[in-house]
Design a protein around this ligand. Structure first.
Ligand code: CP
Length: 306
């Protein structure tokens, strides 16, 4: 019997077997998707979308995923809530719990909030991104996108380029892609690299052409100005010169795909003209996000699999 976790708070909550269960279920949902019919996996469930930090992709795809599984959804908008009047996060969660919800999807600007909520409620928690900590469903949809393209993940060389220090996407991807047997390469300005580099068991690259040439997959990251102290980069022009993926450097490599979690700073970490005809997977990642999130929600509520 496989043990599926109760909550998804960080990538290490999922072992390889859990990950392939999610990919198999996501493929099932993708292949059987019919806009006129819903799946019944979450019929009778109420899902609270508790987003304390802005989001387009994650919020909308979780909402669509929940609705396609026949759940009721409750949208909690922090800026329009009684948090503004001074109500605590714990009291907010207890109040939503009293409305008989079953699952929380939590996005918060502070690392650790989904874990904190899991100590207050017995309902299912899915981390939709917490500060600089983790964003496990982004890593799931990235892995699913790579698996669909290459038919495997084991043995692939996957590089993560850019603002790794502030990136919850990088942290979740490194853990999950290692669990799936990929080799990880990292490249970015020294001031935007994670601390304790040895801990990440990754190959460090020294220039943009070298890292692209090494890679089967490039995952680009956004410069996260909202989490950055001033002075971490000498100038934007220098960042573009040394770290941007563009038509000239990316198309030198024959077999390679480009992923980016979004939102994208076009013209900074990536050139505008790189599109799906050059193997940019950015739009496909968004579509795959719905199916992988449907799969996670379904499996977390499937008592027989626990
Ligand atoms: N990738 C991602 O988390 O995007 P959003 O902030 O738009 O949800």
């Amino acid at each position: 019997m496989n043990i599926f976790p109760k909550n998804l708070i960080e990538a290490s909550d999922l072992n390889k077997k859990n990950l392939y269960q999610i990919f198999t279920k996501a493929k099932y949902f993708e292949e059987n998707y019919n806009p006129k019919e819903k799946f019944n996996d979450l019929k009778g469930y109420t899902v609270a979308l508790a987003f304390f930090e802005n989001s387009t992709r994650t919020l909308l795809s979780f909402e669509l995923a929940a609705k396609r599984l026949s759940a009721e959804t409750l949208n909690f908008i922090a800026s329009a809530s009684s948090l503004v009047k001074g109500e605590s996060l714990a009291d907010t969660i207890r109040t939503i719990d009293a409305m008989l919800v079953n699952m929380y999807i939590i996005r918060n600007q502070y690392a650790g909030v989904p874990y904190f909520v899991s100590t207050i409620t017995n309902n299912i928690i899915i981390n939709a991104g917490d500060g600089k900590h983790e964003h496990p469903t982004q890593a799931l949809l990235d892995a699913y996108t790579i698996l669909k393209h290459y038919g495997k993940i084991e043995g692939l060389k996957i590089s993560i380029i850019g603002d790794i220090f502030h990136s919850r996407v990088a942290r979740s991807n490194i853990v999950m892609l290692h669990e799936l047997g990929a080799e990880i390469g990292l490249y970015g300005p020294g001031t935007l690299m994670p601390q304790h580099l040895n801990y990440w068991n990754a190959i460090l690259h020294n220039n943009i052409n070298e890292v692209i040439n090494w890679s089967d997959v490039v995952i680009l990251l956004r410069l996260q100005n909202e989490r950055m102290q001033s002075g971490l980069l000498p100038s934007m022009n220098e960042y573009i010169k040394f770290y941007q993926v563009n038509l000239a450097n990316f198309t030198k490599k024959d077999k390679i795909i480009l992923l980016h979690p979004g939102p994208v700073n076009y013209g900074i970490e990536v050139e505008h003209c790189l599109t799906k005809q050059h193997n940019s997977m950015i739009d496909r990642q968004v579509t795959n996000g719905i199916f992988t999130r449907m799969a996670v929600m379904s499996l977390l509520t499937n008592i027989e699999d626990k």
